[in-house]
Design a protein around this ligand. Structure first.
Ligand code: MN
Length: 194
């Protein structure tokens, strides 16, 4: 079984000026490809072959043997996380009914979209080192969580992910240098939370 990264669903410059085309190019073609290659190369011919998708690998993380857990967590995590990352951006389209419904839930739960964004930003800034900030929907509740390195919500069996911000420096360093705060505050321009 080959576990594939998604095709980039837009041109390299589609996220400008908030995420620059060079960052998209390197992030997708070097980093994302690197996780994909490592996961497939080292996972080939192992127990991981029995899963149909990278989502299934992650959801079953607890039952994967210790020998492969690190590969799944790091390279597998990098693969699934970036598949989600590229898929979530809203470029020249209306919000879907589900996205509108999520926004209503957020307003009910957090008081406003701005409060939700503030909370996400706070989590993103308090994350030491490399990792991700996520929002997931479970039983009609929106939860903000953060994970270190390439760990992710799917590993904890939370598969209804509605937001995933990569806060590794490689996601923003060329344009923002070490200013993670500015990267996060600009990324909202590209996301379905209005
Ligand atoms: Mn990344």
């Amino acid at each position: 079984m080959q576990f594939k990264k998604i095709d980039l669903p837009f041109e390299y410059d589609a996220l400008e000026p908030y995420i620059d085309s060079k960052t998209v190019d390197i992030h997708y073609n070097k980093h994302h490809t690197g996780y994909e290659t490592k996961f497939n190369t080292e996972g080939k011919g192992t127990e991981l072959d029995k899963y149909d998708s990278i989502e299934q690998v992650m959801i079953n993380y607890d039952s994967i043997s210790d020998e492969y857990k690190k590969l799944v967590r790091n390279a597998g995590g990098g693969l699934i996380n970036h598949n989600f990352y590229w898929s979530q951006f809203v470029i020249n389209r209306e919000l879907t009914p589900e996205e509108l419904e999520n926004n209503n839930l957020i307003k009910e739960q957090f008081g406003s979209i701005q409060n939700f964004k503030d909370e996400v930003e706070k989590e993103g800034l308090s994350l030491f080192g490399s990792g991700w900030v996520w929002a997931v929907k479970e039983n009609n509740k929106i939860k903000i969580i953060k994970t270190i390195n390439q760990e992710n919500p799917w590993m904890s069996k939370m598969s209804n992910v509605i937001l995933g911000i990569d806060v590794w420096e490689h996601a923003y360093y060329l344009k923002y240098q070490s200013n993670r705060k500015e990267y996060i505050s600009n990324i909202w321009h590209l996301l379905p939370f209005k």
